[in-house]
Design a protein around this ligand. Structure first.
Ligand SMILES: *Cc1c(COP(=O)(O)O)cnc(C)c1O
Length: 564
């Protein structure tokens, strides 16, 4: 089963979450979706990789929302037997003094052009493990710090051991976010100098050798996105780590900081957009942080109607999305509008089905869907309800929202509740619909069926953001705060529109700018100038989809990170 994958050396790509397909609940949001797009592109470009992640048998969570807009969470199990093949190998780790056995499952990811990539999912739910340990690979981002540390040991250390047990030849390791940095600890141990070669007091660890084998992508400047474990906890849980002094030297004196560990053990480090790389250099002085701006997978994120259009007019776009830069000259206006109308109708149908609400077929649809958390500011649009009402009375539009808040993120949950209150308040003039259980299928509907893709994060906290790139593949322009990828993607009035001026995000100024843009620029263009609007749709495709795609991103990883 593995034979086709193990004769050539591969790049091992480790990620706590990977979105493999909607039915496999091993992802929560942007990070996992990016990992999935990365692997699909590797399949399309025939870059030999092998991915490692956890089983997450109980998923992230299923989102329930009651009549008041209060979120509650339920387990979101899926059926491994339906999608994966169990493998024979088992490896063990000592965690909290007990031996924990890890099994592996294989998922074969199919690219859109016939290529295949193996994905190894690690599983501790084995009868030989203690009850508690069987749960380690159950919940994505669930549990407490100890649970997370155990998961990261299974992912990083267990993953390296598993690849070896399965006979993979690994030529390079890529840590997708700090969660997987334990893999470098495992490599330090594997390549340690034998004691007889050491002079007294000399460290056994060959840091340069391990650094040479590793790359690290950091994904967020937000503090809570960087795992830190107290050394008390580390000593209780992690029996097999490095000697404490050496570990502190690499991972931080006060706490085991996974980001620092990854930075110190990777020769190639990058942020996920130019501004994010710059910010990361400020956060971690002394490290060389490259910028590889994220991209999304061309085929996965383009709706059926636009795929057909591109296939007909821009043959080869799936392999070389650069061809899309010709969109403004090679696609007919009517054809673009027709393709969008199909996607829009599908979204209207999806809203009807999921919420019972009927959107107005003639009013523009503003889409906003992402993780519900404070810095994403889903409520910015609703800062001044009277102003919003006045705009909507003159130039009617409608809003579709979606997003999950992490179970421990009480402010994120509060935001969801607030959004429901605003929707009730505005019901007489402005339809606002919140769809529960945001996932990839819903994302596909939204980024293609909306007319305007709204993005209002707190500057400078959005490292990249990718949903606006997905929208671009479907000819949907962004209306976005100048942060993350939009600093690179925005050409005012050509690919979409900026909110604010890209300086320190004052929410009331950003809201004023958002209202002004909507009222004076975006809504009038939509209402009164069809060909002007289609020109912006084409601008999004030609200038942004042609560039912000995972094929460009992977060609950069392949030539700069994996070979150096
Ligand atoms: C693309 C995607 C995201 C990330 O969107 P951002 O704009 O980066 O916040 C999150 N969740 C799902 C399901 C997605 O498809």
């Amino acid at each position: 089963m593995l034979a086709e994958f193990i004769h050539h050396p591969r790049i091992a790509y480790f990620s706590m979450e990977i979105a493999l397909r909607n039915e496999i609940h091993t992802y929560s949001g942007g990070l996992g979706v990016l990992a999935g797009d990365t692997l699909c592109t590797a399949a399309d470009l025939e870059l030999p990789m092998v991915a490692v992640t956890l089983m997450s048998r109980q998923g992230y969570f299923r989102q329930r929302i009651d009549a008041h807009g209060r979120q509650s969470e339920e387990p979101d199990p899926w059926n491994p037997q339906q999608w994966l093949q169990p493998l024979d190998a088992k490896v063990a780790l000592t965690i909290s003094g007990r031996q924990v056995w890890i099994a592996a499952w294989l998922y074969v990811l199919q690219g859109s052009m016939g290529g295949r990539q193996p994905v190894i999912l690690l599983d501790t739910d084995l009868p030989e493990n203690a009850r508690e340990d069987r749960r380690i690979t159950d919940y994505l981002y669930g549990g407490d710090a100890a649970y997370r540390l155990k998961q990261e040991m299974v992912l990083g250390m267990g993953g390296v051991r598993m690849l070896q047990a399965l006979d993979f030849k690994v030529q390079h390791y890529h840590m997708n976010e700090g969660h997987s940095a334990m893999l470098a600890v495992e490599l330090l141990q594997r390549y340690a100098y034998p004691p007889e070669d050491l002079r007294p007091g000399e460290s056994p660890y060959n840091v340069p050798r391990v650094r040479d084998m590793c790359s690290f992508t950091t994904h967020t400047p937000v503090e809570s996105g960087h795992d830190r474990f107290g050394y008390d906890l580390v000593q209780q849980v992690a029996d097999e780590l490095l000697e404490l002094g050496a570990l502190k030297h690499l991972a931080g004196e006060d706490a085991l900081n996974m980001t620092r560990l990854a930075l110190n053990l990777s020769e190639y480090v990058n942020g996920v957009a130019k501004r994010h790389a710059e910010l990361s250099r400020q956060m971690y002085p002394g490290y060389r942080v490259h910028a590889v701006t994220n991209g999304v997978h061309p085929f996965n994120w383009t709706c059926e109607a636009f795929r057909r259009l591109y296939d007909a007019q821009l043959t080869g776009w799936c392999h070389e999305p650069e061809l899309l830069m010709r969109a403004d000259y090679c696609l007919w206006d009517d054809a673009v509008w027709e393709a969008h109308a199909v996607a829009r109708q599908a979204l209207i149908g999806c809203v009807r089905e999921r919420s019972g609400k009927e959107l107005n077929a003639d009013w523009p649809i503003i889409g906003f869907a992402r993780r519900m958390t404070e810095y994403k500011r889903p409520d910015l649009l609703f800062t001044d309800l009277d102003r919003l009402r006045a705009i909507a009375r003159e130039q009617p539009f409608q809003v579709v929202l979606a997003g999950k808040a992490h179970p421990h993120d009480s402010r994120g949950k509060q935001q969801i509740e607030n959004l429901h209150a605003y929707a009730r308040d505005l019901a007489d003039v402005l339809p606002v619909v919140f769809l529960s259980d945001y996932d990839m299928d819903l994302a596909r509907r939204l980024v293609s069926g909306a007319d305007i893709w709204l993005n209002t994060p707190q500057h400078p906290l959005e490292a990249s953001g990718t949903s606006g790139m997905k929208a671009a593949f479907n000819g949907v322009p962004s209306l976005s705060v100048l942060d993350g990828w939009w600093l690179e993607g925005c050409i005012e009035g050509v690919t979409g529109w900026a909110v604010g001026n890209g300086s320190q995000g004052d929410s009331s100024l950003d809201a004023a700018s958002l209202y002004h843009k909507l009222e004076a620029v975006v809504l009038p263009l939509y209402r009164t100038d069809r060909s002007g609007w289609i020109a912006v749709m084409k601008g999004a495709i030609a200038r942004n989809a042609s560039y912000f795609n995972s094929h460009r991103m992977m060609r950069r990883y392949a030539t700069e990170a994996y070979i150096h």
